[in-house]
Design a protein around this ligand. Structure first.
Ligand code: TXA
Ligand code: MG
Length: 335
């Protein structure tokens, strides 16, 4: 199959209208989309990803009004979208238009991507567009066009060229379906910010999250996610530095984190200077949680491509940007 790779939003909107599958970048990760009005097209997305059928898709809209036309937005939903959209927030809402995919559910996950180009494309396609992250089910989401092409060129009908993802982890998901709002998936919009608007938001404790969601509120939470083939080890700063000092010459180990500096780091740098490893850079240094999140999945991909077997990930810094990142690292490192 030929894949149309283009920045022409009209051409790619035509594909959606014809019931085809198109990959597009969002500010979080790439999505693999089809018209929410076409069950057949949405089911093809499941087939391409190998996604379990009971895990519903997020519908992407171009505006708050277009969401209000098909869902019970309510005052709280509107306030949240006005504050955080367009952006990395997904709301689960009661569905008004029962014909939308998935028909058997009376709720719909909705979100408005940040990029004006993507919103224009959704509008031209007659919207909304249902899309999970563009990756094979279970693997990390993709954040680079080169990775998207490697997996999906020749498999999907189109790829929309627009700004690459910058946040790097998937949207924050909040359910407004029951009386009390619940944080279903942490992300770049953090619970602290949400609590200023939703003081009764239920934020599952990361350490009891699995028990709390043993009857998962969001089907996606019960599946293994975000994990590369390589083993991921979540390390404290001390453990991270220790592993660097003792294993930095290993050809099958890689590191992502903050602490490459200092005495030990300097020694390591000298070693690297003397003895260049393969073309693959085993060390990914970041300076903030935000940068860490934006680079994480692409680093996982390049590690797998280079035959890396173990990836040491330093724990995020406490504070801003740690909530979603820590959640993804814990999932990736859980066996
Ligand atoms: O940033 C993102 O959210 C990306 C971009 C492409 O928008 N999308 C994404 O989609 O991460 P996906 O399918 O990988 O994750 C969607 C999550 C899943 O955990 C799914 O179970 C949950 O949202 N979800 C979707 N519809 C739902 C519903 N009606 N009720 C509860 N959870 C729902
Ligand atoms: Mg996903």
């Amino acid at each position: 199959m030929e894949t149309l790779i283009s920045s022409d939003v009209r051409l790619l909107a035509n594909l959606i209208q014809e019931g085809k599958v198109v990959i597009f970048p969002t500010e979080t990760v790439y999505g693999i989309g089809a018209s929410t009005k076409s069950e057949k097209a949405c089911l093809r997305v499941y087939e391409i990803k190998g996604r379990p059928k009971d895990n519903p898709l997020i519908a992407h809209f171009d505006s708050i009004d277009s969401i209000a036309a098909v869902c019970e937005l309510g005052d709280m939903g509107r306030v949240l979208l006005e504050r955080f959209s367009p952006g990395p927030l997904t709301l689960i809402l009661p569905k008004k238009d029962k014909s939308l995919f998935p028909k058997e559910l009376d709720t719909l996950a909705v979100r408005i991507p940040k990029s004006p180009v993507v919103r224009e494309w959704i509008k031209l396609s007659g919207g909304p567009i249902s899309a999970p992250s563009a990756n094979l089910s279970g693997r990390p989401s993709l954040t680079k066009l080169t990775d998207v092409k490697r997996y999906f060129e020749g498999v999907v009908d189109g790829i929309l060229l627009a700004e690459e993802p910058s946040f790097g982890i998937e949207s924050t998901v909040v359910s407004l379906v029951s009386k009390t709002p619940v944080l279903l998936r942490p992300g770049s919009i953090e619970s602290k910010e949400l609590l200023t608007i939703l003081p009764d938001l239920v934020v599952p404790d990361p350490y009891t999250r699995n028990e709390l969601l043993s009857v998962p509120l969001s089907p996606g939470t019960k599946y293994k996610h975000y994990a590369p083939t390589a083993r991921v080890i979540l390390a404290s700063t001390d453990e991270f530095i220790f592993s660097l000092n003792t294993m930095s010459e290993s050809k099958t180990t890689a590191w992502i984190g903050f602490s490459f500096d200092g005495k030990e780091g300097e020694k390591k740098k000298q070693k690297i200077g003397k003895q260049p490893l393969s073309e693959f850079d085993h060390f990914c240094k970041v300076t903030s949680n935000e940068e860490y999140a934006s680079k994480l999945y692409a680093f996982f991909e390049s590690c797998d491509l280079s035959g890396i077997q173990t990836i040491f990930c330093e724990l995020p810094k406490e504070g801003i940007g740690s909530e979603g990142l820590r959640n993804r690292l814990e999932k990736a490192s859980s066996v």
